[in-house]
Ligand binder design. Structure first.
Ligand SMILES: [Zn+2]
Length: 280
């Protein structure tokens, strides 16, 4: 999965540290990220690459995280593709990068960039928010309100019945591959209750024998995914929730398409069922 970057180590401990010229930085413009594409790999800029044309970048950069000994910073400046060799590409590119640590760094940076961009002012009193020097937190000097990055829990459910797996396709989304049942936990709900509710809502089925598989941070949508396998309980007739799904079908183990890259928990769970490597 995209966050499985061993032997590299992702360290998100906050540091109140000024950037140095060898440090890397991330620059976003909406859903695009500044990169150099070379030999089918993604590269991120270092401040030294930009110090001639943008000497001030390094002074206002925000520390994000470290992967091994490489520090990643965030810059607010856009339009940096005026420097030769650098270009803004869609963050969808992260789904095809074979070196997961590169796409994971870019995706987590994108999540933090959205958080900083979306929290300029106090939502309680309207004053400008300040950045804490001690932790990854924004605060209001006027009323004391504090804001931490938002992470929403979400379930991914692989509904199975013997050697069949329930595969779906989302309605009205750019992502057209097979998916599993997915949904956010609502207020006052456990993850297990979310599983039962989402399966009922999206395909009209009852499930039992829930088995937690793995979790995954999914920076693209500010979510923390919890993957469950769940056994069909009773009638197998699928009733689609059509505003969410365009397709919901039972697919036999041998007919499940093999995964190309296991970036997501969804594809790893489909692949584990297809190859019989998960005990149910
Ligand atoms: Zn305030």
């Amino acid at each position: 999965m995209i966050h499985d970057i061993e032997p590299r180590i992702f360290n998100n401990s906050f540091k109140n540290k000024k950037a140095e010229s060898r440090d890397l930085f991330l620059s976003y413009d909406g859903d695009k990220v500044l990169v150099r594409e070379d030999k089918d790999k993604l590269w991120y800029p270092s401040f030294s690459d930009f110090e001639k044309q943008y000497p001030e970048l390094i002074n206002t950069a925000q520390f994000l995280f470290t992967i091994d000994t490489i520090n990643y910073y965030l810059v607010e400046e856009k339009g940096l593709d005026t420097v030769d060799g650098w270009t803004y590409v869609t963050t969808g590119r992260f789904r095809t990068e074979i070196k997961y640590w590169r796409s994971f760094a870019g995706a987590v940076g994108w999540q933090l960039n959205r958080w900083y961009e979306n929290h300029k002012f106090c939502s309680r009193c309207g004053k400008t928010l300040k950045r804490s020097e001690k932790e990854r937190m924004l605060y209001c000097e006027s009323c004391g309100f504090q804001v931490y990055p938002t992470i929403s829990p979400c379930v991914i459910v692989a509904v199975h019945d013997g050697d069949r797996l329930l595969l779906t396709k989302y309605a009205g989304r750019a992502y057209t591959n097979y998916a599993l049942i997915a949904g956010f936990a609502e207020i006052g709900e456990s993850l297990e209750q979310t599983v039962l509710r989402e399966v009922k809502e999206e395909v009209g089925l009852k499930v039992k024998n829930l088995k937690f598989y793995k979790s995954q941070p999914w920076p693209f949508t500010d979510t923390l995914l919890a993957g469950f396998y769940a056994e069909l309980d009773g009638d197998d007739t699928i009733t689609l929730q059509e505003d969410e799904l365009s397709l919901g079908i039972w697919v036999k183990r041998e007919d499940i398409p093999p995964a190309k890259l296991n970036i997501s928990l969804t594809s790893e769970m489909m692949e584990a069922f297809r190859t019989g490597t998960v005990e149910l």
